[in-house]
Design a binder for this molecule. Structure first.
Ligand code: NAD
Length: 490
């Protein structure tokens, strides 16, 4: 499959929907109730695309069994060998890059070019952790005294992990968990979102071809309250790495609170501010703010969905921004639909509320009650909303951005921080001391200054406040997937 167009023709030629199977102990297998399926739709057309297993408790148990059996050997497999297998996975994924990108685009609705970027990033996830584990350093301290010791820290893999991911960047976010999990010697059961399971299904075949030992990574499909919850609660699962909505994160935290030793990493939602100061070059600020708002139809947890502009350049910015968005973000060309009917309905209801509250719709409109063909929502720029409006406070996670003003630096920081979330932020200014003054006071795990979505896999990724617990990336991922002990050797 070279292009999404050919994939569409392929889909049209099928007489039955594609049916996925779980990948357990190195093979695809039928699940307990094969007639109990979840329908998954093509967001561009609204038509049935695939049927996903609604895995039952017994399927989850089988996958956890497989991961538990694989753990003793895998955790003692040399770093060199684990690294080689991870690099083989990266190489095979790279060879099949276009196939993965096409299916990601079909399944999630993202543009093919966006899907290609994410598949490249998924490949980097495997390469990064494959090499990270070969270059770890540790310190030895010498203690002199009545008892002299050589003291050092040692890490060992935690055990079986539940790896649970959302629908917005399906392959990229799942591999962001799978790669460190197996690199640091853990085994796991991955459960992608039931809304976008396609590339996770294909990934099983990559694991098989890369000769990842059976059971080291199992992939099961199903819904959150069923398979996801059973997985998280399993006493044999020793850690959970979760990316998804804040409400689900809270649920998972409650479900695991009594199991003190279970490692928990929660990467949750965001309502990220974009602060634009009066010294910016508008020709650079406008495209950057638009990309941060509308990339992947606004369905990235890191999107800048609240823009605040310095009062003196507000009118100028707004008119350039609206023109730019209308010209460059066109449904079906440069921007895809939103992922599902449910999500379409959720975004529509926020837009209806915005209208009732007197918001100015500078672009976009309230989508029709029932989508006719596919889940398309025009990129929407809203102004004139109160700071306590739900539209300004809740994560909408769609192609919707609000634009407001600020007067002073102090006010900009206050407005940015006036939200329960604290995932990311974007700061645009040319003033180096302001970059630090403001950047170091924003409640956000990630602050991008004059840029957005730049990733360096060794740096910490994650949010403050309601946006999560813990960090992932480089040594932070190592902390998630390993247990630390200190040895004092006399
Ligand atoms: P979601 O929380 O509804 O679902 C995420 C995953 O959790 C799915 O696989 C789902 O099946 C599973 N799940 C649901 N209930 C569960 C339960 N009780 N126990 C275990 N698993 C359960 O989120 P979503 O709608 O798929 O994704 C959108 C959200 O993800 C947004 O809030 C977005 O900000 C967030 N997100 C965060 C990051 C980040 O890195 N912080 C990245 C991407 C997306």
């Amino acid at each position: 499959l070279d292009t999404a167009h050919q994939a569409d023709a392929y889909l049209a030629s099928l007489t039955t929907p594609i049916r996925l199977q779980n990948f357990i102990e190195g093979d695809y297998s039928e699940y307990a109730e094969p007639t109990d399926r979840i329908d998954s739709f093509n967001p561009r057309t609204g038509e049935l695309l695939a049927q996903i297993p609604r895995s039952a408790l017994s399927d989850v148990d089988r996958a956890v069994d497989a991961a538990s059996r694989a753990f003793p050997t895998w955790s003692r497999t040399s770093r060199q060998e684990r690294s080689e297998i991870l690099l083989r996975i990266a190489t095979i994924l790279n060879e099949k890059k276009e196939l993965f990108a096409v299916w990601e685009s079909l399944d999630q609705g993202k543009t093919l070019s966006r899907a290609r970027v994410e598949v490249d990033r998924a490949i980097s996830n495997f390469r990064y952790f494959a090499t990270y584990i070969l270059h770890e350093e540790g310190a030895v301290r010498y203690v002199d005294g009545p008892v002299s010791t050589m003291t050092y820290e040692h890490r060992s893999p935690v055990g079986v992990f539940a790896l649970i991911s959302p629908w917005n960047m399906p392959l990229y976010l799942l591999t962001w968990k799978i790669a460190p999990c197996i690199a640091f010697g853990c085994t796991g059961v991955a459960k992608p979102s039931e809304v976008t399971s396609m590339t996770a299904f294909l990934l099983g075949e990559v694991f098989r071809q890369a000769k990842l030992p059976p059971g080291v990574m199992n992939i099961i499909f199903g819904d959150g309250p069923g398979a996801g919850s059973a997985l998280v609660k399993s006493p044999r699962v020793r850690g959970v790495s979760f990316t998804g909505g804040t409400a689900t994160g809270i649920r998972i935290r409650q479900d695991t609170v009594a199991d003190i030793g279970k490692h928990l990493s929660l990467e949750l939602g965001g309502k990220n501010p974009t602060l634009i100061f009066d010294d910016v070059n508008l020709e650079e600020a406008v495209p950057l703010a638009a990309q941060a708002a509308f990339e992947n139809s606004g369905q990235i947890c890191l999107c800048g969905s609240r823009i605040y502009v310095h009062r003196t350049i507000y009118e100028k910015f707004l008119s350039a921004f609206v023109d730019y968005v209308q010209e460059n973000y066109r449904c079906g060309e440069t921007i895809g639909p939103v992922v599902s009917r449910e999500h379409y309905t959720k975004i529509s209801s926020y837009l209806k509320q915005a209208k009732e509250e007197g918001a100015n719709f500078l672009t976009g409109e309230i989508p029709s009650e029932m989508p006719q063909k596919g889940f398309w929502i025009t990129p929407t720029v809203l102004a004139n909303l109160r700071t306590d409006s739900r539209i300004m406070r809740d994560e909408i996670f769609g192609p919707v951005v609000t634009v407001s003003t600020f007067g002073t630096e102090e006010e900009a920081v206050e407005l940015a921080n006036d939200n329960p979330n604290g995932l990311a932020s974007i700061l645009m200014t040319k003033d180096l001391s302001r970059m630090r003054r403001v950047g170091e006071r924003i409640d956000a795990g990630l602050v991008w200054v004059n840029c957005w979505l730049v990733r360096e896999l060794g740096t910490a990724f994650g949010g403050m406040k309601a946006s999560g617990i813990g960090r992932e990336g480089g040594a932070q991922s190592r902390d998630v997937f390993t247990n630390l002990r200190t040895l004092h050797v006399r």
